[in-house]
Design a protein. Structure first.
Length: 398
């Protein structure tokens, strides 16, 4: 990081106060060379003085001032390793996605292109707005970095998704992107995600509460780490990570078939899907009338996808997942051993912040050789990054 040059763009959001501490970490701890740009709106929230103090440089606040006016907007975007926009409001996303350049920061972003990373922070309604989501998708597809916001209490006191990611998450993302670390380059990774649906008839099914977010985070992270990624997903969370091949399935047997077809020669399998354990013995071809519904439904066990995969793929590194609330540690170890997995990720959904469908998680990663790593509460993307880091590093014997 001591050789890296960063342009830090500050926009008008309440989360800007967190960027002061972030800047200090980048400069003092990592030794990065950071130049700060503040929009007019950003200056309404904080004074440039504090950022000049931490960066040791003048803060750029206007398009037409000081020296080298004619090239400054090029230099700050082209001659740097990264443009980090933190906080990134819905407004700056809209400008970037549509190629607008009406002030210094938006002009620099247009010059920098995919070297730009946006750490999102905004009201949850603004974040969820289809226009904002379309802008995020556009930027992702063009290779821009997106650090998703977290859920929690917002400045308006309402809960929702839109809060700036934790400083540690942002720093990890920046360090990794700047380091160019591609520890899965040349590797083939298969990730399963989401629940399965086991149908009684065409409209009724047995399923579970899994959203698939953890699996999608793993697929996105593996792709960023350079892997060729196939994501086999049941119904649920649907934002496809850029560069990832998505295979949609619904039932356990469909996922089993997809694993057999696409899991061959995989270097890693991250079995994050919550495969429904039971399925109706028989499935009706048409909707069963209410008056004809049976008093009891005969069910059978769904196929064991992990055992089936392991029998056919002995060389693949298998990372299983376990959702257990009582005696979870021992149950997870027993599951890992019974299924021949190399690692297992134990998730207790009763832990605050680690429940189904949330944006955060807290897990324990267990290795067949006996090692354990506790991964404290963080965004699911950050947890995914740590899981991959530990697994790859441990397998290398480091």
């Amino acid at each position: 990081m001591k050789t890296k040059r960063i342009t830090l763009g500050l926009t008008g959001g309440i989360a800007i106060y967190k960027s002061a501490a972030l800047l200090r970490r980048l400069v003092s701890d990592d030794g990065a060379d950071v130049t700060v740009i503040m929009t007019a709106a950003a200056q309404k929230f904080m004074s440039p003085l504090i950022f000049e103090t931490f960066s040791g440089k003048p803060v750029v606040t206007e398009m037409f001032s000081r020296e080298k006016v004619y090239t400054r907007h090029i230099d700050l975007g082209q001659d740097v390793d990264m443009v980090l926009v933190c906080p990134a409001t819905a407004n700056i996303l809209a400008k970037a996605a549509n190629g607008l350049a009406d002030d210094m920061l938006s002009t620099v972003i247009l010059t920098a292109g995919a070297k730009t990373v946006f750490a999102l922070a905004m009201n949850s309604n603004m974040y969820a707005n289809p226009i904002t989501q379309a802008n995020i998708r556009t930027l992702r597809e063009l290779g821009y970095g997106i650090i998703e916001p977290e859920s929690g209490e917002l400045a308006c006191k309402d809960p929702g998704k839109g809060r700036l990611a934790e400083e540690s998450v942002i720093l990890d993302y920046v360090r990794q992107r700047l380091s160019g670390a591609k520890q899965l380059s040349g590797k083939r990774v298969v990730v399963t995600a989401g629940p399965t649906r086991e149908y009684l008839d065409p409209v009724r099914f047995i399923s579970n509460r899994s959203s698939g977010k953890m699996g999608y985070a793993l697929a996105a992270e593996a792709r960023q780490q350079g892997a060729d990624v196939v994501l086999i997903s049941g119904p649920g969370y649907g934002e496809i990570p850029p560069g990832v091949r998505l295979i949609r399935v619904e039932t356990a047997r469909q996922m089993q078939q997809a694993l057999r077809e696409h899991g061959k020669d995989a270097d890693y399998l991250f079995m994050a899907a919550a495969v429904e354990d039971i399925s109706p013995v028989s499935q009706a071809g048409t909707k069963i009338k209410k008056s004809e519904l049976p008093e009891a439904i005969m069910v059978t066990r769904s196929p064991d996808l992990l055992l089936d995969f392991r029998e056919a793929n002995q060389a693949t590194c298998v990372v299983a997942f376990s959702v257990e609330m009582e005696d979870g540690h021992q149950r997870s170890i027993a599951k890992m051993q019974a299924k021949g997995a190399d690692y297992i990720v134990w998730n207790d959904p009763s832990v605050a912040g680690a429940a189904f469908a949330g944006d955060t998680n807290e897990v324990i990663l267990l290795a067949a050789e006996g090692q354990e790593w506790q991964l404290p509460l963080a965004s699911k993307r950050a947890i995914a990054r740590q899981i991959i880091d530990h697994v790859v590093t441990h397998r290398k014997g480091d």
